[in-house]
Design a protein around this ligand. Structure first.
Ligand code: FPP
Length: 258
């Protein structure tokens, strides 16, 4: 398979492309990595080969975001609905996550990436859970880009979990229901303590949120591209970031120029 994230010699950094304003980069980019299956089918390959190539696109995107100064990248790797895929594909994905984690952990450490896995991790294979716990602990003190991998993640499940946790605290008498506000709700989400994504990129042209970060994407700018995820590269990321920098973000207010 492919090269690991870092080699023993320091890797070449990608310079910030001309035309991109470093002061107006999104702090947090989220991606729905769609189109792996179609990418494979168009080449007459099994669907899973698209997932394998999708890992390369994810590594590319992580490095580019890190080099260009994006503070956090959150990727939708496996949704709560993805268990409904054929067993063979689910097993391939779980084994792929394990292989990638094993292979990349040293590179992630060296490149100061702080990795977290968001979602209900308990139903995952034990070996994968162990690798996730190890990678999380080993990179927890890193000061580089935050890399969130949403695994067995569902936005609705996350909201229900937060509501249940608050209700439990209220039932124990630790929390006055009247004091529940957006801040304490957000603190019960998997993303507690992190900034919300400023930009959501979805590949392969689908115009859906698909149960991804339902709370956190409230004010995100959306960039939908026809590019299939395995083909997502520097040019595609640049085009998403330029699109973002052309938006007027009003957060429900008005444009002061109008
Ligand atoms: C959606 O494409 C993609 C996925 C469900 C899997 C994405 C996972 C990876 C790229 C691997 C990430 C690995 C790690 C360890 C972070 P699709 O299969 O729905 O494509 P289609 O819509 O063309 O069928």
């Amino acid at each position: 398979m492919s090269r690991a994230l870092a080699t023993s010699t320091p890797r070449q950094q990608h310079p910030l492309p001309a035309g991109l304003d470093p002061a107006r980069l999104p702090s947090h980019v989220a991606v729905i990595m769609d189109g792996n299956g179609r990418w494979a089918r168009r080449r007459g390959l099994p669907r899973v080969m698209g997932h394998r190539e999708g890992v390369e696109a994810l590594k590319r995107t992580l490095r580019l975001c890190s080099d260009w100064g994006v503070g956090a990248l959150t990727a939708y790797a496996f949704s709560t609905e993805n268990w409904n895929r054929p067993g063979e594909e689910v097993n391939f994905l779980m084994a792929l996550f394990e292989r990638v984690l094993e292979r990349e952990i040293e590179g992630l450490e060296r490149e100061q990436v702080r990795i977290s896995f968001l979602g209900d991790l308990e139903p995952l294979p034990h070996r994968l859970q162990h690798l996730i716990a190890d990678a999380t602990v080993r990179t927890a003190g890193n000061g580089g880009i935050r890399f969130n991998v949403c695994t067995n993640y569902g936005g609705r499940a996350e909201l229900v979990r937060a509501a249940r946790r608050l209700a439990e605290r209220a039932a124990r008498g630790e929390l006055d229901p009247a004091s529940i506000d957006e801040g304490c709700f957000a603190a019960e989400l998997h993303t507690a303590g992190q900034l919300d994504p400023d930009l959501l990129i979805r590949t392969s042209g689908e115009q859906r949120i698909s149960n991804f970060l339902l709370w956190q994407l409230a004010y995100a700018e959306l960039h939908i591209t026809e590019v299939l995820w395995p083909d997502f590269n520097a040019e595609a990321l640049l085009s998403a970031l330029l699109d973002y920098q052309n938006r007027q973000r009003r957060f429900g207010g008005v444009d002061p120029a109008c």
